[in-house]
Ligand binder design. Structure first.
Ligand code: NAD
Length: 356
């Protein structure tokens, strides 16, 4: 198979982990006889520094022309400490999602058995949990009208959804439920919010086309509670942008670390694959970032954008084997991990590569 992959490392540890994700794609190409051609593009703080724009047109054009994007993260302390900055790295991220029509963010929450003890939740509650989140990505308060009024002393953001936006992500989630346990939980706040009432109405309409799927509705506050109390109750979950943002970070604790979770952002064009974590200023440049989320993002890319299931599974199995061999990065190590098994970013990547 011949494909063009765009590498977009972005900022901070995005640079460090994406380099490892790319090596894994390279190894897969060699092993399975594919030809992957690579190009690179700027986004975020590095793009602002180079061009003044968090997503230069050139980057966007390259994204649109590529078959898939392996993305890192954006962010820099400079902007976190200055909320008034007009040009910001995350504007590049939001623009990329909007321009590429990436309306569905898939976040598989799968726990490797070896990491049961790395989670803050009891192993007996966790074992066997396997959740697939569908977070809507191009609507909600992130894109609604916002304003400061009353001389800057009052502010509002608009939570807004149109029926077609709910319908298209609902179909993706129902389709996925059909290939898994045929259970779908829709999360909203329909007891309070009008946009959530539209959300629920639309989900119910789409459900008529999927009679085999057992549909459950939960309010977001209850869902947040059940996620900790009984994570095995979830199979596929579909929710809006804001609720999804919060719930998937909560769910990342099930997997033990942000450094373990991958995501796919898909729409009708190029798909973007990225770790769920940010640019992690606190560990940038130290060589200790966990590259496994980027490696697992590469696995999602192979599966979803290229339909290469066997290749994707080979990557996941290699990660599993490395964990079984006892290797850990600092974020997933615990008091029982021997010092010689605690690896940095590059060494962890090499362990995965050697098992491919
Ligand atoms: P973060 O995800 O960058 O880090 C949260 C914590 O998890 C930190 O302690 C970090 O060291 C740790 N961590 C994250 N990824 C790790 C990895 N691979 N290995 C080991 N430890 C890891 O979130 P934050 O600290 O809230 O934000 C830092 C910056 O990232 C901010 O500028 C924020 O705006 C940005 N951000 C970007 C994205 C994105 O690009 N998708 C997402 C979230 C945050």
């Amino acid at each position: 198979m011949k494909k063009n992959i765009l590498i977009v490392p972005g900022d901070g540890i995005g640079q460090e982990v994406t380099a490892v994700g790319k090596k894994v794609l390279d190894k897969i190409a060699a092993k399975f006889n594919h030809q992957f051609n690579y190009d690179e593009a700027l986004i975020g703080h590095v793009a602002i520094e180079a061009t003044g724009n968090p997503l230069p047109d050139e980057s966007l054009e390259k994204m649109k022309k590529s078959d898939a994007v392996l993305f890192g993260a954006v962010g820099h302390p400079k902007y976190d400490n200055d909320p008034s900055a007009k040009v910001r790295p995350e504007q590049g991220l939001l623009k990329m999602r909007k321009e590429l029509g990436l309306y569905a963010n898939l976040r598989p929450i799968k726990l490797f058995d070896e990491l049961l003890s790395a989670s803050s939740i009891k192993p007996e509650i966790l074992k066997g949990a396997d959740i697939l989140f569908f977070r809507e990505l191009t609507g909600d308060v992130y894109f609604g009208k916002r304003e400061r009024i009353d001389g800057g002393n009052t502010a509002y953001d608009t939570m807004i959804y149109s029926k077609f936006e709910v319908e298209r992500i609902a179909r993706r989630a129902f389709d996925a439920a059909m290939t898994r346990g045929k259970k779908l939980m829709s999360v909203d706040k329909a007891n309070v919010l009008e946009s959530s009432r539209l959300w629920r109405e639309t989900i119910l309409e789409v459900a008529k086309d999927y009679p085999e799927v057992e549909l459950e509705h939960q309010f977001v506050d209850a869902a947040a509670m059940i996620l900790i109390k009984d994570p095995k109750r979830f199979d596929v979950v579909v929710t809006g942008n804001l609720f999804g943002d919060i719930l998937t970070d909560e769910a990342s604790q099930i997997a033990g670390s942000m450094g373990m979770l991958a995501s796919a952002s898909i729409g009708d064009g190029t798909g973007v694959y990225e770790p769920i974590h940010g640019s992690a200023h606190d560990i940038t440049g130290k060589g200790v970032a966990n590259p496994l989320a980027s490696i697992l993002s590469a696995a999602l890319l192979l599966d979803i954008s290229f339909g290469l299931k066997e290749e994707s599974n080979a990557v996941i199995n290699a990660v599993d084997a490395v964990l079984k061999a006892g290797f850990r990065t600092r974020d997933i190590a615990d008091a029982t991990t021997p010092a010689d098994k605690i690896l940095g970013t590059t060494a962890m990547g090499e362990e995965v590569l050697s098992r491919l």
